[in-house]
Design a protein around this ligand. Sequence first.
Ligand code: SF4
Length: 353
Amino acid sequence: MSISDRVLNGEELDQQELIALLDPERPLLPLLHEAYQVRSASFGNRVQVHILNNARNARCPEDCGYCSQSAISDAPLQPYEWKSNDEILREAREAHRAGAYRYCVVASGRGPTNKHIERLAEAVREVKKEVPVEVCVSVGLVDEAGARLLKDAGVDRLNHNLNTSESHYEKICSTHDYQDRLQTLAAAQSVGLQMCSGLIVGMGEQDADIAEVATELRRLKVPSIPVNFLIPIDGNPVLSDGSLSPQRALRVLAMMRLANPRSEIRVAGGREGHLGAVEALALYPANSLFVEGYLTTKGRGFASTYRMIRDAGFVVERADGAIADWDEFGLDDEYQVEGSREILKPEVLVQIS
Ligand code: SF4
């Protein structure tokens, strides 16, 4: 029986089988086909688009080595304090107009104060009153009382990534630990907030670490899993470990899909830089992505991302379940090569004497 049939029949792949999926000798296209069978059973060809709003930038006292907002990063960021509620609402409207299924409000820091939670809750109430978009919040460590306030305000999901395995965690952060992360997810779950939690690959982890995160997220029944590929930001202590070929990135996505068949698998930070020419293939295992960049780095914009989704045979799903009409986005379908129209100008390539 094929792996996808086993997974669709409810079988859980064990740790060794998940590690084997990352073997670079394993043919990639059949693996993507297996992942696609499982992806399409729950999500068809639909893609959910997420847009991030970095509501508070930098000045974080924590020491997460991969993060340019940390106290130990030398990245030249322009810090800013919490955006106003008006700004958060305005950007939610823009995100919805641009086709977003989900609007993710993120803030740097170990965790929000009560005052910040209340203020964020008020912003979310305003967004939910007016904008038909799902709202996710990612604000660091949150306890049950904070999670309840956010839930009551209308937050749909709370994000807190595991990032890596428990044993590898101490190599990327010392100011909080893996158990702190699990507690935030438990707080979300206890008040009925959907959990969103994923990982970052390319930080010196082994295949077994990635498989461990995949099985831990399965154990926790996390319905939304962002898969980040480390963006090597100058000034950060943890830069890329050199492991992330485009094929490796695709194998990680396929493995996460086969380990978590019904979860939303998101091709997240770093997709542009690490997947390169095979970026569209990420949609075979993954059913969601971010557009317009990440917290402190730029990514692909709407037009080229939507063209990629459309041209690969997928569709964009709105928060109400409707399929977006490509005409809404005014995609420029002119013949073009890397955005240049020069190709349309004939020129003499060979001189015949
Ligand atoms: S990941 Fe979050 S907690 Fe860690 S340094 Fe960055 S902003 Fe701070």
